[in-house]
Design a protein around this ligand. Structure first.
Ligand code: ADP
Ligand code: MG
Ligand code: MG
Length: 876
């Protein structure tokens, strides 16, 4: 089986076989761009490697050797030839790009002899030894497992002894000394000599790169970005070109557009006299690409042309790695650039305007999950700030938190709920879990194209890089900025849009929605067929929802209104009432308050439907908890001075709380079961809704109330509650002389309701699928118990593909939804259907809602943009 492909044999669409890097190197080779020759070992070889217990099959190695011979013919150099050695890089490259998460080895093929040969051939011993020491270092780290840090230590000691500041000051002799030390280090750590045979080096490197698929950081990265574990990585073997040959050489990375803001400008960095890793690893802070224009105008011009070409070719913003060897430009990688949400939206819209992509493509370009980033609060530009330092604005957004200096600590703090800013000299891919946990990232070294910055942008985290004023002491856990000394736990803020580091916390304000954001969502609205509503239960949230494009309220929970300050005692009075009269008295007090609640929402949502759910939770949720009460009572009983009547009241309360105690409240006396046993509660709510509606109508405000009865399982429940609501409506209409355009419907949130949807539809004007409860009752999981106890393990061990409370279980719960819609519509064509569970704001669930032909999804106000885009993507 063919598992090795020369670059000229591949194409961009062979990404699953060749990995992203390999497929694009092939595509560029085809397009006659200056790509050093090479070949790719496919992801299938990786799978065979793991299937064969991590051994490289003889078949694979045979094909590799044959490809090496091809490469030798093509380049006129030979692997291991001391006169004219072929040097190659061994580069990982998975299907979906995972910047820096896996390993790469450069300058392979060097040994004591070929290093001398290279020195003679190039008449540049300094360069040859620099290459050799880099190779030993990478091979030692990646293949032999000798910590990178030990190598750095040796270089550092030499620089110190010689009084150098930069690596570039090291002479041939210095590097030669370093090489000697490196080899001793390896002998000491591995009890073996550094391997001299290039073929052995090659085989071991391929194995190590395959294995790096399973290193910890790669696993974490895959989990965060939902990349399947079985894909594996390809390996690219490529002739080396050298950016470290002197001052007419260098290496760099550039984005064809600004990946933070989306601005159309070349955004990149480069280092003179360096090898690739130096830029992306974030060890040295490189120079902005504009400098290249001054230093090598012809190269810059050529590079810019290639950038344009690649963008046109791939119809997307590209992230390009390049190297200049003695004035000659080489392209080493191109891929779709990772970008922030803001940039994603701007680039998509601009590219439509530039005619590079069409609207549908633009809509598919933006991940709905990313949109929330754009709704993050931002720094108040009016605020007075104590700016203490400035670095490179690597990923926008404002973040505040306590300083921590390592990733493990960041993870721990975040786990305890403390927001932190991860402060590091540089971040390496090893820090990925810390980057995920932190609110923001601040580094003293590294550029805007460093892996840390790329990863932060991909996650939408605020990030500042290369803030060189910071003097970080990791051991003492301190950072000095001039005179100022900050310690772990001190509060700082960063603004990733400007690069400002600020002492203390900062005031945040609502985001400004860009013109491109509105444009894209406008296009989404033209495409989608699902309507988007919001879940909101007060005028502020309703206004926010409307501003973000909601076309109505899909769920207004009335229980939150009962919890509002000042109302709890009245609600308790209602619950504690011993007689119906007493209960009615309390309800009469609540009525005007509820009426005002609804009026506020109706006013904001004028002209749009508002779906109001009558009281749903078990009553004990409004009462104090038993333990607290007991403690209080004991205290009162022991205190001579305590008020007798208060004591008696508390005792009565305790009795009532005890009597309302349920073994399983989720399945207890709640939902319409409350309305059936205490009809006066629902009656009051219905009256309040209609009175509010009538008042609005009189003021010329259009209203469209939808009254929703929760937790119905049998049609009789709905029939009786509907009668009650209709009666309330009639009374109010009679009293006010208004005709109120209302409808009555139900939630479908227990399996029996879905199973008997046909019958229920006879009494319902609409169905709203309450998929939170429907998931609980279908799986038989109590959500609060499941999430803490076993669901996590279930997902981890792939017993369930996803947490069903986050992503709708389309195979189980979804079938009930599908069945409910079909049977309901069979009985009542045109029955309005929607979803109001948390799934209404999740992209994959929205896709499903579109497929089963719901009329609308409803989600929290801030998810409305996400839902609009997802609904459009479901159509495309
Ligand atoms: P990563 O996936 O971590 O970016 P790469 O395989 O892209 O790893 O390699 C890291 C760096 O090494 C690149 O930035 C590139 O500039 C440099 N590099 C890789 N192969 C070569 C080569 N054949 N010649 C010169 N530099 C190379
Ligand atoms: Mg790369
Ligand atoms: Mg419910």
């Amino acid at each position: 089986k063919k598992v090795v492909y020369l670059f000229r044999e591949g194409r961009a669409d062979m990404k699953f076989l060749l990995g992203g890097k390999g497929a694009n190197l092939a595509e560029m080779t085809r397009s006659r761009l200056p790509v050093p020759p090479g070949f790719t070992i496919s992801t299938e070889a990786c799978s065979s490697f793991f299937a064969a217990n991590e051994t490289l099959t003889e078949d694979t190695m045979g094909q590799v050797r044959a490809a090496i011979r091809q490469l030798e013919t093509e380049t006129g150099k030979r692997l291991g030839d001391s006169q004219n050695p072929l040097l190659v890089s061994v580069r990982s490259g998975s299907v979906f790009s995972m910047p820096g998460m896996m390993d790469t080895i450069l300058n392979l093929g060097l040994n004591d002899e070929t290093a001398e040969g290279l020195a003679k051939l190039t008449r540049n011993p300094r360069f040859a030894y620099d290459c050799y020491r880099r190779f030993i270092q990478m091979f030692g780290d990646v293949v032999l497992g000798v910590d990178y840090y030990h190598f750095e230590q040796i270089i550092h000691s030499r620089k110190e002894a010689q009084g150098y500041k930069q690596d570039t000051e090291m002479s041939a002799e210095d590097w030669k000394w370093v090489i000697g030390q490196f080899k001793s280090l390896i002998r000491e750590k591995t009890k073996k000599e550094f391997p001299q045979d290039p073929e052995h080096q090659l085989k071991q490197s391929i194995i190590a790169v395959f294995q790096s698929w399973n290193n910890q950081r790669a696993q974490i990265y895959r989990k965060i970005h939902k990349i399947p574990d079985h894909l594996g990585t390809a390996v690219n073997i490529q002739m080396m070109v050298f950016g470290n040959m002197g001052d007419d050489s260098g290496t760099g990375v550039a984005f064809t557009r600004n990946p933070s803001t989306g601005e159309k400008e070349l955004y990149g960095e480069f280092l003179m006299n360096a090898q690739g890793e130096d830029v992306v690893a974030g060890v040295r802070t490189p120079q902005p690409i504009a400098r290249l224009k001054q230093q090598m105008p012809a190269v810059y011009q050529q590079f810019q042309e290639i950038c344009n070409l690649l963008e046109q070719h791939y119809h997307d913003m590209q992230d390009i790695e390049f190297t200049v060897e003695r004035g000659q430009l080489y392209i080493l990688q191109t891929r779709a650039g990772k970008r922030t949400a803001q940039a994603a939206v701007k680039i998509a819209v601009n590219m439509v305007e530039e005619g590079i992509i069409d609207r549908d493509q633009a809509l598919m370009r933006v991940d709905p999950d990313q949109l929330n980033q754009m709704l993050h609060r931002r720094l108040d530009p009016e605020a007075k700030l104590t700016v203490i330092a400035k670095g490179l604005p690597a990923s926008p957004g404002a973040a505040s938190g306590k300083i921590v200096f390592d990733a493990d600590r960041a993870e721990k703090c975040a786990h305890d709920g403390t927001p932190v800013i991860l402060v590091r000299p540089e971040t390496t891919p090893e820090d990925i879990h810390g980057i995920l946990a932190a609110q923001g990232i601040l580094t003293s070294r590294g550029g805007m194209t460093s892996h840390a910055a790329v990863v932060a942008r991909g996650m939408g985290k605020a990030c500042i890089c290369g803030c060189e004023q910071l003097e970080i002491d990791l051991r003492k856990k301190e950072v000095a900025i001039g005179e100022l000394l900050l310690r772990e736990g001190d509060l700082i803020s960063i603004d990733g849009s400007t690069g400002q580091v600020i002492q203390g916390e900062v005031p945040l304000i609502d985001p400004e929605l860009s013109a491109e954001f509105k444009q894209l969502l406008d296009w989404a609205d033209q495409v989608r067929t699902l309507q988007v509503r919001a879940n909101a239960d007060n005028p502020e949230d309703s206004a926010k929802a409307r501003e973000l494009g909601a076309e109505g309220i899909g769920l207004c929970r009335t229980e939150h209104m009962f919890m509002e300050a000042g109302r709890v005692p009245i609600v308790q009075q209602m619950i504690l009432a011993e007689t119906r009269d007493e209960r009615l008295q309390a309800l009469q007090k609540l009525l005007p308050m509820q009426k005002e609640d609804f009026k506020g929402i109706f006013e904001v949502m004028a002209g749009l439907p508002v779906n109001i759910r009558l009281l749903d939770p078990p009553l004990h949720e409004f009462l104090p908890n038993i333990e607290d009460l007991l403690v209080e009572l004991t205290k009162m009983q022991m205190d001579e001075q305590s008020d007798r009547t208060e004591l008696i009241r508390k005792e009565a309360l305790l009795r009532k709380v005890r009597s309302l105690h349920e073994f399983n409240p989720m399945l207890g006396h709640r939902g319409c079961r409350l309305g059936l046993i205490y009809p006066e509660i629902y009656k009051m709510q219905a009256e309040a809704i209609f009175l509010a509606a009538a008042e609005c109508l009189k003021q010329g405000i259009q209203v469209e109330p939808e009254i929703m009865i929760p937790l119905v399982g049998h049609v009789n429940e709905l029939r009786q509650m509907r009668e009650l609501v209709d009666q309330a409506a009639e009374e109010v209409q009679l009293k006010t002389g208004c005709t109120i355009p209302y409808t009555v419907g139900t939630m479908i949130e227990v399996p029996r309701a879905a199973l008997t949807a046909g019958e229920i539809a006879e009494e319902a004007d609409f169905f709203s699928f309450g998929t939170n409860d429907l998931t609980q009752t279908t799986f038989g999981y109590s959500r609060d118990d499941a999430e803490g106890k076993f669901l996590h393990t279930y997902v981890e061990n792939k017993i369930l593909p996803d947490n069903p409370f986050i992503t709708l279980d389309t195979e189980g719960v979804g079938q009930l939804v599908r069945m409910g819609v079909e049977q309901g519509r069979m009985k009542k064509p045109g029955l309005k259907t929607g979803i109001c569970g948390e799934h209404g704001g999740e992209k994959r669930s929205i896709q499903f809602c579109h497929e089963v032909d719901l009329n609308y999804v409803s989600c929290s106000p801030f998810r409305v943009p996400l839902a609009r885009l997802s609904a459009a993507q479901a159509v495309i």
